[in-house]
Design a protein around this ligand. Structure first.
Ligand SMILES: [Fe+2]
Length: 276
């Protein structure tokens, strides 16, 4: 095995170096957040129209809902995110000549988007558009593309992200606030669930792993946890679920998957539970 790892290190140095040189010469433009904002804007407008809301407020809210994500030179988390985005959105709308009244409505929709309740047609439309962008085969693809930008492979994606994707898919229709949003979810969510189950099978096959989907209920919310079904040399991993309070009343689910003794490396990840 020593030879294998020596060759692997040489390949790692060679390929990483080559990719780094290539990226220096023609760096990719990071546009995934802009692309997400444009998609959410378009869908948010459509959902607001179906709710009898103001399509311009919803479209602007969609466009601006993530502008505060990196405020003050750091990445904010849920809660802080919406507040910072609402603040920046207000300034941008006013700065672009949108007027105070419009700016206030846009900021309000963003501020309350994850309050878990129906505050206004525009806020509900924005919330649903943001959720719908992350489910279905499309949501799976978007998630995987973001993952690929960080240089990780599909096995890692399955190990660390599949649980969150399945949990949000399972709860999508209950999370959504608009009728039209629920209709869209009804048409696309199942596709995403089917696709990720197929992905688990394929990744399992190609990486010689086996995955199982376990169902649990955490704080009254149905949760799906994807875990390895064995530890390589036999034995099942122990899956421990813990919760902690996140920002603005959100609940963070922490998942730890540990193999006994010298088994495979532990896996741990966490995500916000959907607000129902
Ligand atoms: Fe978003």
């Amino acid at each position: 095995m020593d030879l294998y790892f020596r060759v692997r290190s040489a390949v790692e140095r060679g390929l990483t170096g080559a990719e780094e040189r290539l990226l220096r010469e023609s760096p990719p433009e990071p546009r995934s957040l802009l692309a997400h904002s444009l998609r959410v804007s378009r869908l948010s407008r459509r959902l607001a129209l179906s709710e009898g809301g103001d399509p311009m407020v919803a479209a602007l809210a969609g466009l601006l809902h993530d502008v505060g994500k990196f405020s003050g030179g750091r990445v904010l988390g849920r809660g802080e995110d919406e507040l910072a985005s609402a603040e920046s959105a207000r300034e941008i709308v006013v700065g672009c000549g949108g007027g105070e009244e419009l700016a206030d409505k846009v900021a309000e929709a963003i501020r309350w988007m994850y309050s878990g309740r129906y505050v206004s047609p525009e806020q509900a439309a924005l919330h649903d558009a943001d959720v719908l962008d992350k489910v279905g085969v499309h949501g799976l693809l978007v998630g995987a593309m973001k993952w690929a930008l960080r240089g990780d492979d599909p096995l890692r994606f399955v190990e660390l992200r599949a649980s969150q994707f399945l949990t949000y898919s399972r709860n999508a229709e209950r999370i959504l606030l608009t009728d039209e949003g629920r209709k869209v979810a009804g048409r696309i969510v199942g596709n995403g669930e089917e696709a990720i189950v197929r992905l688990l099978e394929e990744v399992g096959e190609l990486f010689s792993e086996r995955f199982e989907v376990e169902e649990a209920e955490v704080e009254g919310i149905p949760v799906l946890v994807v875990a390895r079904s064995d530890c390589g040399g036999g034995g099942r991993p122990e899956v421990i679920l813990r919760t902690k309070r996140g920002r603005r009343g959100g609940v963070v689910l922490e998942v730890e998957e540990e193999c006994p003794g010298e088994g495979a490396a532990p896996i741990s990840f966490s995500f916000y539970l959907p607000i129902i």
